[in-house]
Structures are given as C-alpha cells and as structure tokens.
Design a protein around this ligand. Structure first.
Ligand SMILES: Nc1ncnc2c1ncn2[C@@H]1O[C@H](COP(=O)(O)OP(=O)(O)OP(=O)(O)O)[C@@H](O)[C@H]1O
Ligand SMILES: Cc1ncc(CO)c(N)n1
Length: 281
C-alpha cells in the first residue's frame, strides 16, 4: 500500500486564512499530500492588514518540531514567517537533526499591508542558518534585495541577486515577479547551482486579491516535491496553481482578498488548460 506523501509547514498563523499556515495546509490538501504544521507566531490579521503578532517561544517551536519529526516521514517542507533569530535557529537545527530534504525556504519579511513579519536582526540568521540547508529559496523582488543588498532593476541585476543567494549556500532560487513592473506579465526567474536558469512567464492578472500568493506558490512547490516531481516541474505546477487561484477570485474581505485555493482542481476537473505558462531557457 503506497502511503500519502507527508509534508510540513513551519510558519505563522493568519487568522484571515489566506496566507501563512492556513494557505499552506489548504494548498497541500488540494494537491493531495498530507500536511503537518509548526506554528511560529500567531498573527491577528485579515484582508486589510495585521493588527498584532504573538511569536511563539523558541521552546514552543522546538517541541512542535520534535512532535512532528519523531512521528511523521516528512519528504518535503516549507518555511514561511519565522520572525526572529531564535526560531530560525531551532528550525535549521531540526532540519539537520531529522535529515529533512526538499526544504523550500520562503523568506517572508513584510505583509502586503506593511507589517514586519521578520525582525531586522533575523535576516542575517536566515542567510547564515537556513539558506545553506535550502533546496529552493523563493524571495519576491523586495526580499531578494534585502537578502543580497542588490537593487533589482533589470534582468542582469536579477541574475546577480540570484547568484548571490546561491553563493550563500542555497541549491536554487526562484525570484518571484509578482512585484515586477511589467503590466503584461508576471515572471518567475529560477537559477540552479549547476548554472541552469529558467523563466516562467504568465499573463499578469489585474486583481487586488493577492493576499498569500507567495505562501501558496511555495506550498505548491513543496507538495509537488513531496509527490516526487523534479524541481523545475514542481515550480511549473506551482505557477499554474497560483495562476488558477488568482484567476477565479473569491471576492471576500474588504482589502487584499485571499486567492482561491480550490480553483486549480476545478480547472483540472473541467480539463481546461490550467494556465498558459511559457517557459524560457
Ligand atoms: N497579478 C498577478 N498575476 C499573475 N501572477 C501573479 C500576480 N501576482 C503574483 N503572481 C504570481 O504569484 C506568485 C507569488 O509571487 P509574489 O511576488 O506575489 O509573492 P509574494 O510577494 O511573496 O506574495 P505574498 O507576500 O503576498 O505572500 C508568483 O508565481 C507570481 O508570478
Ligand atoms: C502569517 C503570515 N505569513 C506570511 C504572510 C505573507 O503573505 C502573511 N501575510 N502572514
């Protein structure tokens, strides 16, 4: 009997349900993998913004990691909001202790409304402890700029920033283009340690309902890795998943609404083209 792939998200709780742990678990479920979770912080949050952050103690994170790691066979995991250096260190230590592979690091820093989800002094800890154990790092453009100190203004500075992130020890990086300035396309740029690069391009959807796009994208990559897909294909599926989730908005909340995590399955069931994603080498 083949067992369901088991995954883990180490992230913050979003009471609004569109980002963080909630987005991750919904995405895992939609893609047919079993999701476990380690909560790093509880946020009071909705589509209009974050009103409070309650970080867990390092010990609370460590004991959750122990509970998951001692029982489940985790074949892929993602990290999201980690908030402070102590939580980052506990996370990196558990990854090593349990010999977890297929580690996707989403270096969550700032919520769409501007709230700081990662303390300033945690950036160095992220670079030092987590990037070296990452199979894939998934910064958006501003996060890639903070990680590297390189302003991303064109394709060559984007490449330079990606190279710098690999130099910190990550095996691959995808710089997501949601924050890009191109009105026509949303492009995600992948660079791997072997020098191979790919560009995933979709049409840019004109919508304000983008709360949790980054979490959802990284969770979809994680689910596909757990299911045995190769990295380049896992990113392709994730891009299709987020494109579908943005295409069929739920229209809930009065601010930046959440994406529709169920849309990808519906699109597949109707055997429509999931999304026209162009890939350039
Ligand atoms: N308007 C859009 N149309 C199509 N795709 C989009 C759009 N906005 C974002 N995406 C896609 O969503 C994914 C996440 O990218 P983005 O840069 O928005 O992440 P993020 O800023 O980390 O998100 P968040 O912080 O809200 O969780 C990428 O695959 C990106 O190409
Ligand atoms: C808990 C949490 N994690 C990540 C994000 C980034 O979208 C958010 N807004 N909230």
């Amino acid at each position: 009997m083949s067992r369901i792939p088991q995954t883990l998200t180490i992230a913050g709780s979003d009471s609004g349900g569109g980002a963080g742990i909630q987005a991750d678990l919904k995405t895992f479920q939609e893609l047919g993998v079993y999701g476990t979770s380690v909560v790093t912080a509880v946020t009071a949050q909705n589509t209009t913004g974050v009103t409070a952050i309650y970080p867990m103690s390092a010990q609370a994170v460590q004991t959750q990691l122990e509970a998951v790691g001692s029982d489940f066979k985790i074949t892929a995991l993602k990290t999201g909001m980690l908030f402070n250096p102590e939580i980052i260190k506990e996370t990196a230590a558990a990854i090593q202790r349990f010999n977890w592979r297929n580690v996707v690091v989403d270096p969550v820093m700032i919520a769409k409304g501007g709230a700081n989800l990662l303390q300033q002094e945690a950036v160095e800890a992220l670079n030092r402890h987590l990037l070296p154990v990452a199979l894939l790092v998934t910064p958006n453009i501003p996060e890639a700029e903070v990680l590297t100190g390189i302003p991303i203004t064109d394709v060559s500075s984007r490449r330079l920033a990606a190279e710098e992130i690999l130099a910190m020890g990550a095996k691959s990086v995808v710089i997501k283009g949601g924050h890009g300035t191109d009105p026509q396309y949303a492009e995600d740029y992948l660079l791997q340690a072997n020098g191979e690069s790919l560009l995933y391009r979709s049409a840019r959807i004109a919508t304000g309902q983008t709360h949790g796009t980054g979490c959802t994208f990284a969770a979809a990559v994680t689910a596909q890795l757990a299911r045995g897909q190769e990295l380049q294909d896992a990113i392709h599926t994730a891009k299709q998943f987020i494109h579908a989730a943005l295409s069929e908005p739920l229209n809930i909340g009065s601010g930046h609404g959440p994406t529709n995590h169920a849309a990808y399955k519906t699109v597949l069931a109707e055997s429509k083209e999931a999304a026209n994603i162009e890939i350039f080498r």
